[in-house]
Ligand binder design. Structure first.
Ligand code: UD1
Ligand code: UDP
Length: 354
């Protein structure tokens, strides 16, 4: 067994997806200890991804889900420090921009363990977004910063961070390439939902700025209701909770379903005539799969998709949602922004040099 130990902190849906290819690439050189904070805990938000991608079970599960930001992050910090003092890893690895990311990075930095951040350097330049705070702070306490794009490298340079910065490509592209073939074999979601290629749009909504503002959430649902197509909407638990609280219902063209596994999600994305989303990962997957994306936000971290003409930012404006759906179509070839699908291998190679 390799004698170098890497501790990985994950907790939210997109982090399980990102960690799967990286864990595979690290296997020969590191003993990986997986710490699940418990931030996402429903079967469809967590276990399903471990099963589909045949990931190792977490060595530690902290069981910290729900609660407000300070409570959630604070509880994670308390428990993570105990775990890190026990396992004393050589490196701690975190992904993305969630509260689990920040808690992992901060607890490692305070116990003098070097932090490796995958998906470093992304910025929305909107400091009211909890994720923006998590990203900035994590980047500033990381030793290894793995950027998915050239824009991310430039963003870090603007903040004076140039040491330990690597452009390895995007591990989500690795995940997509690895799982799309499997998904095509295993998923029967089109049959289950009785839909066919290009005959529906796919939507996801979970960003706090949209879900926690009744007018915005209603306006997005009105926008989706105005589309003359079926809309499949796998609903994030945060969004269903807020829709219940505000008594918001959906028009009959919208098919509300539970959150789905990654295989089903890839198939729904690949076959949609349009994707409407406020997710970071889904915007990028839309681009990688060649599906036009209408982003339900005012800004994005994945600016290259907008500049390339495959993504349009409409916020929560129902009229813009409808107008873009009807009139806006990409006109250009896609450029390869996210590497070659070997980001995980490149990252593992760099970490191995330690
Ligand atoms: C979190 C991340 C966000 C990421 C998203 C991925 C932060 C600040 N936000 O947002 O960046 O895009 O995950 O999906 O870390 N809930 C359940 N069951 C679950 C998980 C959540 O019912 O399995 C409900 C709970 O009521 C919880 C709420 O959803 O309080 C919000 O969950 P939380 O993890 O705090 O934030 P997300 O909105 O999921
Ligand atoms: N995803 C999924 N099932 C769903 C919704 C999303 O598997 O019901 C996947 C999606 O394909 C992408 C990732 O989850 O790989 C994105 O996660 P999410 O939108 O929750 O978070 P974000 O990327 O915005 O942080």
């Amino acid at each position: 067994m390799p004698n170098k130990v890497i501790a990985t902190v994950v907790g939210a849906r997109p982090q399980f997806i990102k960690a799967a290819p990286v864990s595979r690439a690290l296997k020969d050189s590191f003993q990986e200890i997986l710490i699940h904070t418990g931030q996402h805990y429903d079967y469809g938000m967590s276990d399903v991804f471990f099963e589909e991608m045949e990931m190792q079970k977490p060595n530690f599960h902290l069981g910290i889900g729900g609660g407000n930001h300070s409570e959630q992050t604070g509880k994670m910090l308390i428990e993570l420090e105990k775990v890190l003092n026990t396992i004393k890893p050589n490196i701690l690895l975190v992904y993305g921009d969630t509260n689990s990311t920040l808690a992992g990075a901060l607890s490692a930095a305070k116990t003098n363990i070097p932090v490796a951040h995958i998906e470093a350097g992304l910025r929305s330049y909107n400091r009211t977004m909890p994720e923006e705070i998590n990203r900035v702070l994590t980047d500033h306490i990381s030793t290894f910063l793995f950027c998915p794009t050239d824009v991310a490298i430039k963003n870090l340079a603007k903040e004076g961070i140039t040491n330990g910065v690597h452009q390895a490509g995007d591990v989500m592209f690795d995940a997509l390439l690895h799982n799309l073939t499997l998904a095509r074999k295993k998923s029967d979601i089109l049959f289950r939902l009785n839909i066919a290629k290009s005959e529906y749009a796919l939507a996801t909504i979970h960003r706090a700025a949209n879900t926690d503002d009744k007018e915005k959430l209603k306006s997005i649902l009105d926008g989706l209701a105005s589309l003359e197509t079926k809309v499949i909407l796998p609903l994030h638990p945060r969004t269903s909770k807020m829709m219940n609280e505000w008594n918001l219902s959906v028009n009959k063209n919208i098919d509300l379903i539970e959150p789905i596994g990654y295989f089903d999600m890839l198939i729904l994305q690949e076959n949609a005539n349009c994707i409407l989303t406020d997710s970071g990962g889904v915007q990028k997957e839309a681009y990688l799969l060649g599906v036009r994306c209408i982003t339900l936000r005012e800004e994005t971290e994945w600016v290259e998709t907008v500049e390339a003409g495959w993504n349009i930012l409409v916020g929560a404006n129902s009229q813009l949602i409808r107008d873009s759906f009807v009139n806006w179509f990409p006109k250009t070839e896609r450029i390869k922004f996210y590497g070659n699908g070997d980001a995980s291998v490149k990252i593992a190679e760099i970490l191995k040099q330690i």
